[in-house]
Design a protein around this ligand. Sequence first.
Ligand code: MN
Length: 488
Amino acid sequence: MKKREFWFVVGSQFLYGPGVLDTVAARAKEMAEELSKVLPYPLVYKVTAKTSAEITNVVKEANFSDECAGIITWCHTFSPSKMWIAGLSSLQKPYCHLATQYNREIPNDEIDMDFMNLNQAAHGDREHGFIAARLRMPRKVIAGYWQDEKVHKSLSDWMKAAVGVAVSREMKVMRFGDNMREVAVTEGDKVEVQIKLGWEVNTWAVGDLVKEMNAVTEAQIDAMVAEYKSKYDINTDNLEAIRYQAREEIAMKKMMDEQGCMAFANTFQDLYGMEQLPGLASQDLMSKGYGYGGEGDWKVAAMTAIMKAMGEGGNGASAFMEDYTYHLVQGQEYSLGAHMLEVCPSVAGDKPRIETHHLGIGMNEKDPARLVFEGKAGKGIVVSLIDMGGRLRLIVQDIEAVKPIMPMPNLPVARVMWRAMPNLLTGVECWITAGGAHHTVLSYDVTAEQMRDWARMMDIEFVHIDKNTTPEKLEEELMIKDLIWKLK
Ligand code: MN
């Protein structure tokens, strides 16, 4: 995984004299070191900034640093904000303002004017916050004591969202074939996503993939099958189908790695020269952090890769998902999500088993091998990025996944069952009102707040459907946002 870090930039001024500035610098370094022990990425103390030039220089350095995924600022003392204008105006990296204080308590006996002048974050952070508001900067404000777990959680979540920004700006998507014929929601403006989100979305011929597949050796396939056996149960006698999927996975991974692609899309309508739609192959690639979208859906493919990278350990429990069918028994209303093959095993609640079954859709000459499992229970979100024409809208809905309430022994694919917020049917009304797709990324470890942070940093519209959303309120919100985004 790529090395990523965040920079700690502390504001001050010359007014206090060298003694105070030395104390500020020493404490800032100590805080960065202590926070680095509990945060998912290192926080590197860079500078106690006292001049416009110092701020501009550290921002220039941050903009060009491949490792720097964002800056975190704080004002131990007062830092007049006009000197931040040039630097902040040129900042191209995610920005978080940590409103904290070195000391937790006001020391009753010790406090005097010297103490007040050294420890005036309450004062300094307000001046600092004003200028970012005045500059209309997209930023995250986190307030709290720097040693508190709650602050660590907020900083961790924001850092992961900022890494999602870095991953987005590096994102390359490999398309095998075009979008499924006639489908609207999977379409989008590839130039717009490259401008806004940084994604390079390009196509490669299925015939070239088949050439790569033919070049895969039996020894390579043996090694891949051994890897499958170490991770999954084999529940089929059709070993040839498993070997064919291994061949597909090796070839797709080679092509993607050669091009630096972290996501791919394919379509069952274009399998020319392939015997099976990649099932197990796509699922195993997703487990390794690659994003995938079915039916040519490159938007969901890229979002899957980005949200995986934002999750635990840089490859979290996030999966390409599709709302398939409902259970509408009163009091136990659920969505059943699945796909024709390709559900990522990172969301499995039990050990996935490899099975082969007939697949009627598409041009499969042979039965594709796939992983079959039940999704785990837990709170999560589903996410859909749609192209509204002139702008992108990110829709996030809170969900509660359950262990599927029935075994469904004849369903030949992995399945996840959940209830959308505020409840299934109101949730469906809201989702459809907002224009959300049937394809989503379902995540157990990326939160709606992180997606809100990500959307703010990417400068795209954000819509959140949660336990308090009503279709009426949402309709008004969408009308207002429509106006705002036409003006922006
Ligand atoms: Mn689909």
